[in-house]
Design a protein around this ligand. Structure first.
Ligand code: CMC
Length: 431
């Protein structure tokens, strides 16, 4: 027995289980042999107390409002680097040197075009399709055009990983822009060789055959920050989904497509869209937000963009994006927007209300990212797609970690069955 072992007493019998400590001092009981030794499993619906894996990528201390990627604080990364550098850090474990960055950026730049035949896929979808449904379907389809990157042969996929990673980061942006163009029945715009990652995205979104759109530097900066702040976030719903799918041996495209579907929900990535829908509903009802806050307290409504499973102090990403959104709104001269007024009122009320204070409910990153995207004229139905564009680098990093793990096991949780016990089968004419 070691001094740090955990002792379980089950039905009067004692069992010892080893404990683990992460590099930032987080503690865990290693229960991998629990069922074999005791016949019991742990019950933790929602996984609030379950470590599903060990990971070197991101660290969160929700009590202190800390987020770090590979040891670097999100504050430093937001101030001193850009989205592409952070993507490299997440995927390869280190901030790139100048040469590495140039090589990585070049791969991304050259990967921007979609296979020409893929354009026809867009024609088959109705214009009313949700962009997240399209994104998930198209990312999975993309793998079909690159069989050597999506064979479900791990050795082959790891050998070609650099190509697949850059290709996905690049093409997710082209696909996102094409989804918008298709939905709004606009002609497709091709990427350009002389534009950076974000500039090129805005060009594909807003240019016309007779007009070249060059986004303002401040707009590119704000979007860069938004993608950077969404790049990774430990074992959230979509990242866990990516790891789950990857653990069965599925390729990067299939795993990320599943992650996109998981992100779609309004409790996760869909929250940024839901924030704007909520603000519009409040505005249309003539409320200044006060009634909505009361409804949220009585369980009749949910304050979208508030609360977080892990952060019980403040979402550090929200702090950064709030400051940036204030500066951006000033520089764009947007001050009297009625939705913005409601958002500010909601925030002020909730931060001073016992219900929200006692439950440690603070605005999360999606409260402000919705406001930023709205001010940048990004269409509301594209908000969650923008989240996916940022998060794809974290998903790729997590897929790689699973794929490279020696003796990695398929993720396969247990359950506590609560349905009927064995029953006698009754033939259909006797039921
Ligand atoms: N508005 C009103 N009450 C809330 C809210 C909210 N947004 N969030 C939580 N609560 C209440 C909840 O009703 C419960 O109250 P009580 O103790 O009286 O039953 C208490 O706070 C604890 O909530 P919980 O449901 O146990 O919290 P959770 O950890 O399961 O859920 C959450 C976290 C983010 C899903 C939830 O806070 C929520 O639905 N927020 C709104 C959606 C949102 O903004 N999601 C984006 C999250 S950040 C981006 C991302 O990571 O995807």
């Amino acid at each position: 027995m070691s001094a740090s072992d955990a002792k379980f007493i089950i039905e009067g019998k004692e069992y010892l289980f080893p404990t683990l400590e992460g590099s930032e001092g987080e503690k865990a009981i290693d229960t991998r042999k629990l069922r074999a030794e005791t016949g019991y499993i742990t019950y933790d619906e929602g996984y609030g107390n379950t470590g599903s894996c060990s990971s070197d990528i991101s660290f969160i201390d929700g009590e202190q409002g800390i987020l770090r990627h590979r040891g670097y604080s999100i504050e430093d990364l937001a101030e001193k680097s850009n989205y592409i550098e952070v993507a490299h850090l997440l995927i390869y474990g280190e901030l790139p040197t100048k040469d590495q960055l140039q090589q990585f950026a070049e791969r991304i730049l050259l990967g921007a075009l979609l296979p020409e035949r893929m354009r026809h896929l867009f024609d088959g979808f109705p214009a009313a399709s949700h962009p997240m449904a399209l994104l998930s379907a198209l990312i999975n389809s993309l793998g079909c055009y690159y069989p050597h990157l999506s064979s479900n042969n791990r050795d082959e996929e790891l050998e070609n990983f650099d190509e697949a990673a850059a290709l996905l980061i690049s093409k997710v942006r082209t696909i996102a822009a094409m989804i918008y163009r298709m939905k709004h029945r606009l002609p497709m715009i091709y990427p350009r060789r002389d534009m950076g990652y974000i500039q090129n995205f805005l060009h594909m979104l807003f240019s016309e055959p007779y007009y070249e759109h060059f986004a303002h530097d401040d707009v590119c900066k704000a979007l860069n920050l938004m993608l950077l702040l969404h790049a990774d976030h430990e074992q959230n719903c979509s990242t866990s989904t990516v790891r789950m799918v990857a653990s069965g041996g599925a390729n990067l495209f299939a795993s990320i497509s599943a992650g996109i579907s998981a992100l779609w929900g309004p409790l996760h990535g869909g929250a940024n869209m839901a924030v704007i829908d909520m603000l519009k509903t409040i505005h249309a009802s003539g409320d200044d937000g006060s009634k909505f806050v009361e409804d949220a307290k009585s369980g009749k409504a949910k304050l979208m963009g508030f609360g977080h499973r892990v952060y019980k102090n403040y979402d550090p990403r929200a702090k950064i994006i709030k400051e940036a959104s204030n500066k951006m709104l000033d520089s764009l001269g947007i001050q009297d927007d009625p939705l913005l007024d409601i958002a500010r009122h909601l925030e002020e009320q909730a931060l001073n209300d016992d219900y929200f204070v006692e439950r440690k409910l603070y605005p999360n990153v999606d409260f402000y990212s919705g406001i930023i995207l709205q001010a940048l004229n990004i269409p509301t139905d594209m908000f969650t797609v923008m989240f996916a564009m940022g998060r794809i680098s974290g998903w790729i990093a997590n897929w790689k970690e699973v794929a490279e793990k020696e003796k990695g096991r398929i993720y396969r949780p247990r359950q506590v069955y609560t349905g009927p016990q064995l029953r006698e089968f009754v033939a259909i004419d006797k039921r």
